[in-house]
Design a protein around this ligand. Structure first.
Ligand SMILES: Cc1cc2nc3c(=O)[nH]c(=O)nc-3n(C[C@H](O)[C@H](O)[C@H](O)COP(=O)(O)OP(=O)(O)OC[C@H]3O[C@@H](n4cnc5c(N)ncnc54)[C@H](O)[C@@H]3O)c2cc1C
Length: 517
């Protein structure tokens, strides 16, 4: 049987496979040549209390032992099975489709955006300051919002088995095995598109369908049951309809609201992106160690209560880039991504505070349950007004933001369309800017040097989570009032991030199969 060995090493030793192989052989009392396979099952960096350590758990197979089976998923042919309609080819929609195939149903996906290759060209155009296609951008298109992202794969999901299976599924479709053992796994924006394309190949090969450039404009409801969707003047029917449209599909929320489908306003979070030089974050987090070169670009995660509300860092992208994530020409929205090597000289992170019902209560009379959505939109339009047009974003040096003074100049920044000086401390709602400023002061006590004019805040980070929930019944997971309508993923309010959306998609697929059996 394979043996598990845990070693605590310096970063340099952990980067040297001959060093740790010899250490394992010594610990097991065997010769190195007796080890047929040594694989890492867990790797984490411990940078607490000054001393930098890497904890490495290794699994050693001796040469007479059976080797581990390769990762495999069984996807049968489902061409003639019951069709289930999925709106949206993000992580929730795609993982729902794969799970439906495993369970013997035929997924038919409608995706408003383009396939991942064509979408890449539109994204390059957005970066150059060109027109934003409202159906093909950083949020919309094959793979959803997660495709051109950092590809961080964390989740707070309690079910470890499901989480591991989701990671294995990604490996099966082309992700590197590192994601199975890194404490903070990530894929990178350069690798994600190939994985997404492989998932599509699998779905189509099994007899499922994916229709691009196919924006769903209506749900067909008969006698309280969802029986299909409208795509332009085409109507398509299925045994169930999954809405996996993400949190940026405002037209979907409006369409559902108008059709009388019950929605619920929910709290969410908004703020800015904050960007520091990566070397500064490395030296803070790795205590200026001489062994920093053997470690990945450092990250951080900060959270603090300020004035009775949470303020926290979100979706931190070490060695990454800030990107224009708006879906409409009238808004300014930023987000972050990083390539697999995380090699850019910048460290950016969302930096947001909670937005509660009382903050958008003044919009409720006019917008009902969509009041939070409108509040979010107004914040983005405000940011756009502060920019120079195109995709430029308003920005302020961090120490100036905290001190409440303008920045005469700005530091270099990873945001390709460019940043322009703006008094974010003045035009943002006061309850947001004052909490962000106070939190930066507090975080500087935990990470000395965090509050610096070498860093910049960029507006605005507004799409961290959805301001609207599409309710579901606890038992069936369908909408409580509309049979066979299944809200899934981040846009429905049941996930936040790639993996949790993917897991929610799988869960919905399983619920559908149970309910229509
Ligand atoms: C730049 C960026 C970086 C990110 N980085 C990370 C990260 O590192 N790690 C992480 O966990 N999360 C990250 N996220 C968040 C993550 O991408 C989302 O949480 C996740 O993609 C949500 O999955 P989903 O399937 O629920 O929705 P989405 O991914 O939003 O997918 C919804 C899909 O539905 C389609 N759609 C919408 N309306 C319609 C319609 N009417 N008809 C047909 N199709 C429609 C959209 O085009 C889209 O493809 C990032 C997001 C962005 C924008």
């Amino acid at each position: 049987m394979a043996q598990l060995i845990t070693l605590t090493l310096t970063p340099k030793q952990a980067a040297d496979s001959s060093f740790y192989t010899a250490a394992v052989a010594r610990q097991m009392g065997i010769k190195q040549s007796d080890i047929a396979l040594l694989r890492i099952v867990k790797r984490s960096v411990d940078a607490r209390r000054g001393a930098l350590k890497v904890n490495l758990t290794l699994e050693a197979f001796l040469d007479f032992e059976p080797m581990p089976e390769p990762i495999h998923f069984d996807y049968p042919n489902i061409e003639n099975a019951d069709p289930v309609i999925i709106i949206g080819a993000g992580p929730a929609g795609l993982f729902a489709a794969l799970r439906l195939i495993e369970l013997g149903k035929k997924p038919i996906i409608f995706e408003r955006g383009k396939d991942v290759t064509a979408r890449g060209k539109d994204i390059a155009q957005i970066q150059r300051g060109g027109v934003i296609d409202p159906d093909s951008n950083y949020a919309f298109g094959e793979g959803g919002a997660g495709t051109f992202s950092d590809g961080k794969l964390f989740t707070r999901s309690k079910k470890r088995g499901d989480y591991n299976r989701a990671l294995q599924r990604l490996v099966y479709h082309g992700a590197t095995e590192e994601i199975l053992y890194e404490a903070h796994p990530h894929i990178g924006s350069d690798r994600l598109p190939r994985i997404i394309a492989d998932i599509r190949r699998q779905i189509v090969e099994c007899g499922g369908q994916i229709h691009f450039n196919s924006r769903v404009t209506g749900i067909t409801i008969k006698d309280g049951r969802a029986v299909g969707v409208e795509v332009g003047d085409q109507r398509v029917e299925g045994a169930a309809v999954i809405i996996a449209t993400g949190h940026s599909a405002r037209d979907i929320y409006r369409m559902l609201d108008k059709s009388g489908v019950r929605l619920e306003a929910k709290p969410f979070a908004m703020g800015v992106r904050i960007e520091h030089p990566q070397r500064l974050i490395n030296s803070i987090q790795y205590h200026n160690s001489e062994q920093m070169e053997y470690l990945p670009a450092a990250s951080y995660s900060l959270v603090q209560q300020v004035g009775g509300r949470g303020v926290y860092s979100f979706c931190m992208c070490p060695g990454g880039f800030i990107v224009p994530a708006m879906t409409d020409q009238t808004e300014s929205v930023v987000n972050g991504m990083s390539p697999s090597h995380r090699g850019s000289p910048f460290a950016n992170s969302g930096f947001v505070t909670e937005i509660r019902h009382e903050d958008f209560a003044h919009l409720t009379e006019q917008y009902g349950e969509l009041a939070g959505l409108e509040f979010q939109r107004q914040f983005e339009v405000m940011a756009r007004a502060e920019a120079n047009g195109n995709q430029t974003a308003p920005a302020q040096r961090v120490a100036d933001f905290v001190a409440g003074r303008g920045s005469a100049s700005l530091p270099s920044c990873s945001y390709v369309p460019g940043i322009v000086p703006s008094r974010l401390d003045c035009w943002m709602p006061e309850f947001i800017s004052s909490r962000l400023r106070e939190a930066i002061r507090i975080f500087d006590r935990r990470m000395r040097g965090y509050l610096t004019n070498e860093a910049v805040v960029v507006g605005v980070e507004s799409r961290t989570s959805t301001p609207v929930r599409i309710p579901r019944d606890r038992q069936t997971l369908a909408h409580p009032e509309i049979e066979a309508l299944y809200p899934a993923g981040e846009g429905a309010g049941y996930a936040g991030g790639i993996i949790s959306a993917a897991l929610d998609g799988e869960r919905i697929a399983e619920a559908i199969v149970n309910n229509i059996r």
